[in-house]
Design a protein around this ligand. Structure first.
Ligand code: 3PG
Ligand code: MG
Length: 399
């Protein structure tokens, strides 16, 4: 891989130079208060930002947050993130209230050596995510004007062919930041020659989101454990009734086909927690998967499933986990996710947690992050990496 790294850039000397850093500061926010509920992605870029600050660069950070529709939308402002980033860096972060307008121009122009600026949400500009090369290019020109060099440390966004990820590096000397390097190094161990048994746990709500990665992983893994909302489509494919559980009807046939081709590698839940409603205080019970009542919906995997999955995980030498096993945000339906997470930490294996959501789950459940081998900041990005897809953000760095 012919990717230049942050160390190469630092070796050239960056003192007094403007360095544009694409970060993924897309953190989860509390729906009511707007407060940052998990700052893991902010912490993850500190090594890169710290090194640049120390070397005396003028550091211009840019990121997206959420999915605003190409125009300013206050609920997706990066303002609160600038505050938190400043606390973590131990120095104020100069926040520009637009991305490439007057505020951004003067904020960048006023930066002293070793200071950090954060631009407002990239996706407040239609050019960021545009499918039109010219529109993306015009926005990339404006962004590139803020840097003498570009660092990509936004691993969570490398699968997006967006202006700040794909087009800006074509316009500036570019390197991979510490986070991007570490993520690629770790994930390449999984696609290379993982130590066996290699066990993958997938959860989350939709089979359709995971189909490509299941297809790509089936030939490589020794076991594929499936929980979360998407298990009900697989259970249906086995001829079971799933009540009012999440079900992707148009995926049942695909799941049946996957099960047939899986050579017994796919393990499904044997029991699930069913509830009267999707609510934290809903009445609920654990039932066998062949006894799901027609009026109830499954919101977690049951204890026997946790035991079976844990036994498989205890044999593993390599583990990849993406997606919660149930609605872990509600304590009544968190036991499955917690149980699987604990089994992963106990296994004598190299373990990778993939995904913004799974990583947030680990922290929300109060689990010790250091007992996992690696917690990826990328959800879609880590899955697409494992699928073997070309990631636009990585390709753009390879020149
Ligand atoms: C993520 O949260 O997966 C990344 O920040 C990418 O966000 P996106 O899926 O909205 O492009
Ligand atoms: Mg996403």
């Amino acid at each position: 891989m012919s990717i230049r790294t942050l160390d190469d850039l630092l070796a050239e000397g960056v003192s007094g130079r403007r360095v544009l850093v694409r970060a993924d500061l897309n953190v989860p926010l509390d729906k009511q208060t707007g407060a940052i509920t998990d700052d893991g992605r902010i912490r993850a870029v500190l090594p890169t930002l710290g090194a640049l600050v120390e070397a005396g660069a003028k550091v211009v950070v840019c990121s997206h947050l959420g999915r605003p529709k190409g125009a300013p939308d206050p609920q997706f402002s990066l303002g609160p993130v600038a505050g938190r980033l400043g606390e973590l860096l131990g120095a104020p972060v100069h926040f520009a209230t637009d991305t490439v307008g007057d505020s951004a121009r003067s904020t960048v122009a006023d930066l002293a050596d070793g200071q950090v600026a954060l631009l407002e949400n990239l996706r407040f500009n239609a050019g960021e995510t545009s499918k039109d090369e010219a529109e993306r290019g015009a926005f990339a020109d404006q962004l590139a004007a803020f840097g003498d060099a570009y660092v990509d440390d936004a691993f969570g966004a490398v699968h997006r062919k967006h202006a700040s990820v794909f087009d800006v590096p074509a316009r500036l000397p570019h390197v991979a930041g510490r986070l991007v390097l570490r993520e690629v190094e770790v994930l390449s161990k999984l696609t290379g020659d993982p130590e066996r048994p290699y066990v993958v746990v997938l959860g989350g709500s939709k089979v359709s989101d995971k189909l490509a990665v299941i297809e790509a992983l089936l030939p490589t893994v020794d076991r594929l454990l499936i929980g979360g909302g998407m298990c009900f489509t697989f259970l249906k494919a086995q001829g079971l009734e799933v009540g009012t559980s999440l079900l992707e009807k148009d995926m049942v046939e695909t799941c049946r086909n996957l099960l047939e081709r899986s050579g017994g590698k796919i393990m499904l839940p044997v029991d699930v927690v069913v509830a009267d409603a999707f609510a934290p205080d809903a009445a609920h019970d654990t039932v066998r998967v062949d006894g799901i009542p027609s009026h109830r919906l499954g919101l977690d995997v049951g204890p026997e499933t946790v035991a079976g999955f844990s036994a498989a995980l205890s044999q593993a030498k390599t583990i990849f986990w993406n997606g919660p096993m149930g609605v872990f945000e509600m304590p009544a339906f968190a036991a499955g996710t917690r149980g699987i997470a604990e089994a992963i930490t106990k296994a004598d294996a190299f373990s990778v947690v993939g995904g913004g959501d799974s990583a947030a789950a680990v922290r929300a459940l109060g689990l010790d992050e250091s007992s996992f081998g690696h917690i990826s900041t990328g959800g879609g990005a880590s899955l697409e990496y494992l699928e073997g897809k070309t990631l636009p953000g990585i390709a753009a760095l390879e020149n």
